[in-house]
Design a protein around this ligand. Structure first.
Ligand code: NAD
Length: 284
C-alpha cells in the first residue's frame, strides 16, 4: 500500500500540532511555512512533545520514537512539495490576506481530487471555498489546542461541501484518533461565536478593574467547574489570534457586540501574546 501524504500549511501553534498528530497516526506529512524560523521551532517542539509523551505514558511498549516521527515529516518552504498530497490542512495566521493567498496557489499545485481543510477560528468556509475551483472539496476543521491532546474537533460544512468530502475528512479524523461534531457554516461556527465573546468580555472586566485575571478565571473554575478560565484560555490560544478572530466576527456580522476590547488590542501591540511569547494575562 502506498503511504498517504497529507500537506499541512502553517507551522505555528496549530500546524505543528496537526503535523505531529498526523505523523503519529502513520501518515507522511509535508509541512510548509513561509518562515524558516517557524519550521525550525516546529521541528524542535514536535521532537520534545513526542519525547515528553514517553515520560508520561505507563505502557512504554506503545511509545513513538521522536526521531522516527520527525523522519515522517518534510519541513519545507516549497509549496510545490504539496503536489502528491491527497489531503491538505491549512493553518496559516487568521488574516484574510494570508489565507486568500494560499488557496488559489494550492488549487494549481494539488491534484483535482485533493480535499482542502481550513483550520480557522472564525472565517466562513463558504468564503474560502470561493477562492478555489473546487468549493465542493473545501471543509472546515476547527482543531482544538493542543491538537495531539484534544480528542474532539468541530467540522464545518461550507455551502458547497460534498458528502464525499465529509466522508474523506471523517476517515482522516478517525485515523488521527479524533471524534467530531459537524455543524453548518457561519463565521465563528458554534465554538468561537460563544468563546470569543466570552474572552473579550473577560478582558473588559479586567480593563474596568472589576476583578484581576486570576479572580476572573477562578470564578469559571471554582464556581462553574470549568478546567480553565477565559483568560488562561486566551493565553493558550494566543492574544493575536483572539484579536484577529473577534475582528473577523465584527466584520462578518457587522454587529457592535463583537467590538474588540481596547486592552486586548493594546496587549497585542505590546507583544504580550500569551504562552507563545512568554507573557499575556499571566507570565510563563
Ligand atoms: P500562529 O501564528 O501560531 O502560526 C501561523 C503560521 O502561519 C506562522 O508560522 C506563519 O509563518 C505561517 N504563515 C503565514 N502566512 C503563511 C503562508 N502564506 N504560507 C504558509 N505559512 C504561512 O497561528 P495558529 O495559532 O497556529 O493559528 C493558525 C490558524 O488556526 C488560524 O487561522 C487560527 O485562527 C486557527 N486556530 C487557532 C487555534 C489556537 O488555539 N491557536 C485554535 C483553533 C484554530
Amino acid at each position: 500500500m502506498t503511504e498517504k501524504i497529507v500537506g499541512v500549511i502553517g507551522a505555528g501553534v496549530m500546524g505543528s500540532g496537526v503535523a505531529q498528530n498526523l505523523a503519529q497516526s502513520d501518515f507522511k506529512v509535508v509541512l510548509v511555512d513561509v518562515a524558516e524560523s517557524a519550521l525550525e521551532r516546529a521541528k524542535k517542539e514536535i521532537y520534545n512533545n513526542v519525547r515528553f509523551q514517553g515520560f508520561m505514558k505507563k505502557d512504554k511498549s506503545q511509545l513513538d520514537n521522536p526521531d522516527n516521527i520527525i523522519d515522517r515529516i518534510l519541513f519545507t518552504k516549497d509549496y510545490e512539495e504539496l503536489k502528491n498530497s491527497y489531503y491538505v490542512v491549512e493553518n496559516v495566521v487568521e488574516k484574510w490576506e494570508a489565507k486568500s493567498e494560499v488557496y488559489p496557489r494550492i488549487d494549481e499545485i494539488c491534484p483535482q481530487d485533493t480535499v482542502f481543510a481550513v483550520d480557522t477560528s472564525c472565517y466562513s468556509i463558504t468564503r474560502v471555498g470561493a477562492l478555489t475551483k473546487r468549493p465542493d472539496k473545501i471543509i472546515g476543521i476547527h482543531f482544538m489546542n493542543p491538537v495531539p491532546m484534544k480528542p474532539t474537533v468541530e467540522v464545518i460544512k461550507g455551502w458547497h461541501t460534498s458528502e464525499e468530502t465529509i466522508k474523506i475528512t471523517t476517515e482522516l479524523l478517525a485515523a488521527m484518533g479524533k471524534d467530531w461534531v459537524i455543524v453548518n457554516d457561519s463565521p465563528g461556527f458554534v465554538s468561537n461565536r460563544v468563546l470569543m465573546l466570552t474572552i473579550n468580555e473577560a478582558v473588559f472586566l479586567l480593563q474596568e478593574q472589576v476583578a484581576t485575571a486570576k479572580q476572573v478565571d477562578d470564578i469559571f473554575k471554582k464556581c462553574f467547574g470549568h478546567k480553565m478560565g477565559p483568560l488562561e484560555t486566551a493565553d493558550l490560544i494566543g492574544l493575536d489570534t483572539i484579536l484577529y478572530s473577534i475582528e473577523v466576527l465584527h466584520e462578518s456580522f457587522n454587529d457592535s457586540k463583537y467590538r474588540p476590547c481596547a486592552l486586548l488590542k493594546k496587549m497585542v501591540d505590546a507583544g504580550l501574546l500569551g504562552r507563545k511569547s512568554g507573557k499575556g494575562f499571566y507570565s510563563y
